[in-house]
Structure formats: structure tokens, C-alpha cells
Design a protein around this ligand. Structure first.
Ligand code: PEP
Ligand code: MN
Length: 345
């Protein structure tokens, strides 16, 4: 599999900064495209908002100097799309803040109708897969054929040290629903800190992502946007040498793997069987509660049961957070079914 590696500065800030970063990236054979922000969406007013058309002229110059290189930038409205079509832009992306706005996505995709430009769609910070799928569908609707999704993490209450929590289950679900859609990971915006980027890049590759988009700046500490997360060209080169691209090829371990997979299949069958038995017992309890005029939810019983399970989980070497989530799901379903049984029976 050829990994798509997109890298470049968060924003084009000056001609020397841009020329310098392109010179260092052109020397890396793994890099397939240069990212460069020209219009920057800023949360607060007054920050650096990109150089617009002036920067597009510098991209034209770099394209002339390195015709084999591809360049991509973010577009946030129809005017941006028109400008990129008049310059040497080989692909565009719809940014996280735009993806969640159906009118903006509609305007952009309409402006792209009939173009053969590849379009990447970043996920919205809102952790709802439908917002992402909606924007991707709007791209399909106008006949765009080169579409990819970029995973840049989500804004949730508990971000666990990430700038944007990866919530890997969401891009994995997107891959299940749209298996032919290439998935690119943006570890820079997930991490927000350069120290974490190599690890998150490796996780993305282990989860079968098709590419990486990583911010690189000639002097990251002086960057006008996203200074903490941009890598220097030397750090980026070291990252490319360090990451391991693994395969989905099963030829080397087929027999062993199949044996263990049969094992897992049997365990899963038993789990399902036990869940069904548990549900039956819970339904019998519903009728007892109804006769005794008891509330469906019994907080003390639930508290004791959960604490017992968490203690047992720990002694079995299972992560208590994971076990708590599973039992919360089981209990919620049990309460829902008891409630239905009591009120409909
Ligand atoms: C960016 O890529 O620089 C950017 C603004 O990212 P996002 O839209 O993911 O916040
Ligand atoms: Mn950025």
C-alpha cells in the first residue's frame, strides 16, 4: 500500500518561510503533497488569518520550480474555490469548522461541480458521524470522484491531554460504512503538541489509515498559527523514519491466526448466549418488581453490583473504565426492557 503523506505549514506566512519548508519537503521521497493554509479560520478575531491570493502566487512559483510536487489548501467558501482553480492547487480540503455547516458545504461543493480536483473532508469537531457523512455525501452529489476523509479529532468534554480527542471508533465506523473512502489522519490537530505526534501517527497506521497529514514549519516556535504542534523538517524526517507501515496480509501467520480467531468466535458466541440469558432473568425480575410495586431502577443494588464487578475486573487484569462502560450499557438496556415490560404487560 502506498501511504499518502501530506505535509507542510499550518499557514503560509511569508515567501522565505514557504520556500524554505518546500525545499526541505521536496527532499523527502515519502511526501506526496504539500499542505499550506492560505485562508485561516481563527476561533478569536484579530489573529493571523492567512495571506490569501498573495500566497497563491507563491504556490504558483513553487509549482513551476517543482512541477512533480502537489499542493493543497483549505477552502471555506465559493470565492476560495474560484481562487484556487485559478492557481496551482492540486487538491482542496474542507476544514473542521466548515464541515458542520450544511450551507457552507453546499456552497463549496456547488463551486466544485464539474472539477476533477481531489477534495478532502475533515471531520467536524462535533463527534457525530452523520455530520461528517453529510459533507462527504454533498461532495458525491455534485459528481466529485476523488474524495477522502481527514480525521482531526473531536472536541469533547474529556480530551485526555489531546487537543482534539481521537475517538478512533468514529473513523473506524466511517470506514465500515464507506469502505472505499480513503482515510487520512491529521495527528497534528489531534495532538496539539509535537511530542505526541509520532505515537498518534503510528496508531493511525496500525488502524489501517491510508495516509497522514502533518504540519511542518521551518521554525515551529515562531509559527503564527499552531506553533506548539508543528514539527521542524528534521523532526518530521525522523518521524517518517521511525513509523512502521504494517500489512493486512495474512500469509505469514494464517494458521496461527485462524486458530486464535476460532477461539475468539467461540468466546463471542458464549458472550451473546450469556447476554440473552441475563436478559431473560432481568425480564423475570420486571414482573416481580411490578407485583411488589417497586421502581425499575434500584440505585443501591446497581451501586453494589457495579462495585463488585469493578473489583473483579481489576483482579482479572481488565481495565475498570472499559468494564464500567460495558456494564453501564448492559444495565441501561436492562432498565429499558424492564420499563417496557412493566408498562406494556
Ligand atoms: C488546519 O488544517 O490548519 C486547520 C485549520 O485544521 P482544522 O480545520 O482541522 O481545525
Ligand atoms: Mn493548523
Amino acid at each position: 500500500m502506498k501511504l499518502e503523506i501530506i505535509s507542510g505549514p499550518c499557514s503560509i506566512e511569508s515567501l522565505p518561510q514557504f520556500t524554505s519548508v518546500v525545499e526541505s519537503l521536496v527532499a523527502l521521497p515519502q511526501v506526496s503533497m504539500i499542505r499550506c493554509g492560505v485562508w485561516k479560520p481563527r476561533t478569536m478575531p484579530g489573529g493571523f488569518e492567512g495571506l490569501g491570493e498573495e500566497a497563491l502566487l507563491w504556490i504558483d512559483e513553487q509549482k513551476k520550480a517543482h512541477p512533480q510536487l502537489k499542493f493543497c489548501c483549505e477552502v471555506a467558501n465559493a470565492r476560495h474555490v474560484e481562487a484556487t482553480l485559478n492557481h496551482s492547487i492540486d487538491a482542496v480540503w474542507i476544514g473542521a469548522r466548515t464541515t458542520g455547516s450544511p450551507f457552507a458545504v453546499e456552497e463549496i461543493t456547488e463551486a466544485l461541480r464539474g472539477c476533477h480536483l481531489p477534495v478532502f473532508v475533515k471531520n467536524s469537531p462535533v463527534p457525530d458521524i452523520h455530520v461528517w457523512i453529510g459533507a462527504l455525501e454533498r461532495c458525491r452529489k455534485v459528481g466529485l470522484t476523488h474524495i477522502a476523509a481527514i480525521h482531526r479529532g473531536f472536541d469533547i468534554y474529556n480530551n485526555l491531554g489531546y487537543r482534539n480527542n481521537p475517538l478512533w471508533e468514529i473513523p473506524m465506523e466511517l470506514h465500515r460504512i464507506m469502505p472505499d473512502l480513503p482515510l487520512i489522519c491529521d495527528p497534528s490537530h489531534i495532538c496539539g503538541r509535537r511530542e505526541m505526534i509520532a505515537q498518534v501517527s503510528q496508531t493511525a497506521l496500525d488502524l489501517h489509515f491510508d495516509g497522514l497529514m502533518i504540519e511542518v514549519h521551518p521554525n515551529p516556535d515562531l509559527a503564527l498559527t499552531d506553533a506548539r504542534q508543528q514539527l521542524s523538517p528534521a523532526e518530521f524526517k525522523a518521524l517518517l523514519e521511525r513509523i512502521t507501515i504494517r500489512t493486512t496480509d495474512e500469509n505469514n501467520c494464517e494458521t496461527e491466526l485462524q486458530q486464535q480467531r476460532r477461539n475468539i468466535d467461540e468466546i463471542d458466541r458464549q458472550i451473546l448466549e450469556l447476554l440473552a440469558q441475563r436478559q431473560k432473568a432481568s425480564q423475570a425480575i420486571a414482573l416481580i418488581k411490578k407485583r411488589a410495586n417497586m421502581t425499575v431502577f434500584q440505585p443501591n443494588r446497581w451501586n453494589d453490583l457495579l462495585n463488585d464487578h469493578l473489583r473483579q475486573a481489576e483482579s482479572l487484569g481488565l481495565d475498570p473504565t472499559y468494564i464500567k462502560e460495558i456494564f453501564e450499557k448492559i444495565h441501561t438496556e436492562s432498565v429499558r426492557r424492564q420499563e417496557a415490560a412493566i408498562n406494556n404487560a
